[in-house]
Design a protein around this ligand. Sequence first.
Ligand code: 13P
Ligand code: SF4
Length: 305
Amino acid sequence: MTMEQELAIQNKILKLKKTRNAVILAHNYQIGEVQDIADFVGDSLELSQQAARTTADVIVFCGVHFMAETAAILNPTRTVLLPDARSGCPMADMITVEQLKGMKAQLPKAAVVCYVNTSAAVKAESDICCTSANAVKIVKSLGDREVIFVPDQYLGQYVTAKTGKKMHLWPGYCPTHARIMPEDILKLKKEHPQAKVVVHPESRPEITALADEVMSTSGMLRYAGRPDVTEMIVGTESGLIHRLSKENPGKKFHAVSRRAICPNMKLTTLPKILWALEEMETRIIVPEDIRLKAKQVLDRMLAIV
Ligand code: 13P
Ligand code: SF4
């Protein structure tokens, strides 16, 4: 696409956004052009908070399916559009509601904590939701109760280490973060000895063990803003580098690996956002019985953070 074509699409999006009274929400892993046209860019927790409180008629969700679904659960009177219906999250697809029911039957006393990266149906079968930004706090809020944690085994292992709680983990994982290897970090540490190593808790334990800090994407953005942090090895999906660099001119950010790219997050483009607003597609609708149960599970989380 030429600069002129991109500008023309941007202008059309901005015009149509006004006509439709729409808001564009984008996750920190979206491509730069999409982040730049969004009204709000954030992590999963911030995006769900934005979606819950928006007064716009239409939410264009530039992220993956479970995020748009979360917006539809929290704010059912708005129209939620996902610009590319194929943008799913493979980790969210690693547990079905039947599998969760089976685990609950074996551990009837345990509280179920679902990561926000789950389907609406799995959320509806859970007690409380969490994101990477608040998982430790949410699990601690359950006191002495045993916990079933789904679907991210690595985030679960991280929370277990932080809380010392008895947790039963589902063996799901994020394929993008699982591609980050210890050698990637060790090589970069050698090349940039002053850089802080900051990694996402969806990473393998061998990776979090090498980190100076373990944080959600927005935690990383706040950390990068500290005056004492001038160089970072960024242990997460590489889309975050766009915002890190934009908000911290003069600081150095090193992508952890060329393999740490989530193909689903990259499906959203400016032409697809324009298409979504023109056609009012693809609408994300959650059946009302599931939505009501899932909303309680999300509201319990939002009341704690
Ligand atoms: P956060 O932005 O909430 O840290 O989430 C990471 C992620 O992988 C979302 O799919
Ligand atoms: Fe899912 Fe991982 Fe992609 Fe996030 S980065 S959407 S967890 S596959």
